[in-house]
Design a protein around this ligand. Sequence first.
Ligand SMILES: [Zn+2]
Length: 110
Amino acid sequence: MPKSPAERKAAQRARQSASGTRKIELQLDQQELVMLEQNCAARRPGREPYELSEYLTMLIRRDNAELQDLLKMVGNCGKCGDKAPVISCPCAGDSACWVTNGWQGLKLVI
Ligand SMILES: [Zn+2]
């Protein structure tokens, strides 16, 4: 069942108080700010737009879920056989080594 903006905000506050939170400063350029504001509204057409910070925290959670799925799908290093993600490998530089190329599948691509 969809939550009202007040309910979503209350849930967010409950999460924040239940676990330690940290306030960060974020500098956005004009284009990023416009995109953020437009998307907050566009994802809730005809409804109260997402709040900027709410939207950003949801993106973080969504990215985390996507990354966890990606990490489940990465295989092993083609040289040492270690389960990826491999932080270091004596074969780094070899094209079959996960450290050389495999990690690039985890990069954020825009
Ligand atoms: Zn390796």
